[in-house]
Design a protein around this ligand. Structure first.
Ligand code: MRU
Length: 353
């Protein structure tokens, strides 16, 4: 299993630097909430579920470093840390879900009259729990998704929704791994995923390490490959899923979904239930992160666009639910109409639709 993010005593979080893969396998250490916020913003770590774990560990680090001796003082610092971490990447639902979990733990411990040190321990324990639960969720959703993968499937994926984007195993790539583990022959076509190249760099790297045959294509090659009959299935991850099943995911996902529908290819989204945001009635409400122009104007450190060109760099797009064949979660595979079926995910463990 890939070491995406790990807590090491005393009070250090270690992450593989995803900006440097696959050329260099180097590790970044964070000792404070500020360092973690910077690591999240600059994409040392990325992928919605991994960001949830990073947020929780960043908060745990922050309260560990705080010198507060009273609960009120610790609470003030805790909320400042939550704000700092919450201001890093606006689209990833799991980040806010993890912050909410940490807030609930703080509130309960404070209500019980626990000391600042006990509260610090509780927050660290919760961060470990979020990490471990994420691996278990990926394995569960992998098992729930494997039946939709035919033997010999050529699976197209966009961005990296793998072990590197989670605490381990992956969401979209968890489905691929589970199908392979059930004895199916599978291969993956990875969109390169401009501009950050998560597909070319990260998906290809982790799948090849796992012995899963992988072909990297530029994003614009997906359509012709589909028309030539070389893609059997699309599986992607999600950053946030609205109540009606609209899905925010890496920029370019929408294009893939439209192409898949045109060519009659099933298009699945794989994500843990912690990515579903029932407070968003549809995808138009999901905040879309705009990242630095430099990610578009420069390639490998060199400028590729003329000075003066206007640049847009939305990091995510929204795929309307009508393009989605099913949403694979740790609590089952949900089919349209999502407004009804997704609610089941929150009502009963193991619900299927
Ligand atoms: O900008 P990123 O690399 O954080 O975007 C990641 C994605 O879009 C993933 O597909 C999504 O977070 C799901 S990861 C299991």
């Amino acid at each position: 299993m890939l070491p995406t993010i790990e807590w090491r005593d005393p009070d250090t979080v270690v992450m593989v630097d995803q900006r440097k893969l696959p050329g260099q396998e180097v590790y970044v250490e964070c000792h404070s909430a500020q360092e973690m916020a910077r690591a999240i913003k600059t994409m040392v770590i990325r992928g919605a579920p991994a960001l949830g774990v990073a947020a929780a560990m960043g908060i745990a680090l922050g309260v560990r470093r705080s010198k507060a001796t009273g609960t009120h003082q610790l609470a003030a610092e805790f909320f400042r840390i939550c704000e700092l971490i919450g201001a890093t990447r606006p689209t990833a639902m799991n980040l806010f879900w993890a912050i909410d979990r940490m807030k609930r733990v703080f509130a309960e411990a404070a209500r019980n009259g626990e000391s600042p040190d006990q509260i610090r321990d509780r927050l660290e324990t919760e961060a470990h729990r979020i990490h471990d639960e994420d691996v278990a969720s990926c394995r569960a959703l992998g098992a729930n998704g494997a039946p939709v993968v035919p033997d010999n499937a050529r699976i197209l994926t966009h961005c990296n929704a793998g072990a590197l984007a989670t605490a381990g195993y992956g969401s979209a790539l968890g489905v691929v791994r589970a199908a392979r583990d059930q004895g199916k022959h599978v291969s993956v076509v990875a969109d390169e995923t401009r501009p950050f190249l998560q597909g070319a760099r990260l998906t290809a790297w982790e799948l090849l390490r796992d012995g899963i045959p992988t072909t990297v294509i530029t994003d614009s090659m997906a359509g012709p490959l589909m028309r030539e009959g070389q893609i059997d299935l699309v599986v992607v991850g999600a950053d946030r899923i609205a109540a009606n099943g609209d899905v925010a995911n890496k920029i370019g996902t929408y294009t893939v979904a439209v192409l898949a529908k045109e060519h009659g290819i099933p298009f699945y989204v794989a994500a843990p239930v912690s990515t579903i945001d029932l407070s968003m009635p549809d995808g138009t409400h999901i905040p879309i992160e705009e990242r630095s122009e430099k990610e578009v104007t420069h390639f490998a450190g060199s400028r590729v666009t003329p000075e003066g060109a206007q640049i847009r760099n939305p990091a995510f797009d929204v795929t309307p639910h009508r393009f989605i064949s099913g949403i694979i979660t740790d609590r089952g595979l949900f089919r349209p109409p999502y407004l009804e079926s997704l609610k089941l995910a929150f009502e009963a463990e193991g619900a299927t639709a």
